[in-house]
Design a protein around this ligand. Sequence first.
Ligand SMILES: *[C@@H]1O[C@H](CO)[C@@H](O)[C@H](O)[C@H]1NC(C)=O
Ligand SMILES: *[C@@H]1O[C@H](CO)[C@@H](O)[C@H](O)[C@H]1NC(C)=O
Ligand SMILES: *[C@@H]1O[C@H](CO)[C@@H](O)[C@H](O)[C@H]1NC(C)=O
Length: 246
Amino acid sequence: PPPFLLRLPLLSALCAPTCALVDRHEWKKLILVQHWPETVCEEVQKDCRDPPNYWTIHGLWPDSSENCNGSWKFNLKEIQDLLPEMKEYWPDLIHLFPNRSSFWNHEWRKHGTCAAQVDALNSQRKYFGRTLELYRELDLNRWVRPSFPWLHFPVADFKDALARVYRVIPKIHCLPPSQDEEVQTIGQIELCLTKQDQKLRNCTEPGQEPPHKKEVWLAGGGTESRGLRVCEDGPVFYPPPKKAKH
Ligand SMILES: *[C@@H]1O[C@H](CO)[C@@H](O)[C@H](O)[C@H]1NC(C)=O
Ligand SMILES: *[C@@H]1O[C@H](CO)[C@@H](O)[C@H](O)[C@H]1NC(C)=O
Ligand SMILES: *[C@@H]1O[C@H](CO)[C@@H](O)[C@H](O)[C@H]1NC(C)=O
């Protein structure tokens, strides 16, 4: 058989999931990942102080590449002017990282260095700045708010509502039910964007079924985490913020 057929699966078996060697650093869409702080805090149950009562940024991820350039270090100075917005809209909810900028450092190294293939994202200033811009433009918080917290609704309704607003198919991640809750909890929304000009597009490929149920990376990935994953069909719980106002 052609060597490449053999090589990839073998390498993946030997490497950790994030193994940079396996990664061919090719990707075709971007994913703006936003998470619901209340759920993230529920998931980690650890040191989650004052979660904001609005959707915040998790990251801007190329769909199929990670850790593309280990020598391109994160430098906080390059995004100095963005810090007020970064702190508000891209906070480290989990505080597993020693400080706030370590979360940004992580996102830059794992995802930003791959996104940087595109001119519009080829510096740290551009990567973080463009992500904030997309967050503002797409304005998820305008459309999704927990309104009837006692009501569990089908996740399909939520997805359809988002699809109507954005006119593309999003992907929704949930925290699976724990023993004391009956339903999954909504945790994360992915909106997909075209590679070159960051315009909304379907998260699915034409004619493709919704993507596989892959466990989603969560900061730290600690054993205490139940793990966000693509929601199962069926009812979902959208937890209201415990805090009244940010
Ligand atoms: C990796 O990043 C460094 C620092 O920005 C840069 O000089 C180098 O060209 C990059 N390598 C690749 C393969 O893009
Ligand atoms: C915070 O993290 C950044 C990047 O990881 C590091 O350069 C900086 O020294 C850290 N600051 C503190 C106070 O730990
Ligand atoms: C997005 O998905 C919808 C529903 O499957 C489909 O009708 C539409 O053509 C897709 N858009 C593109 C650009 O593929």
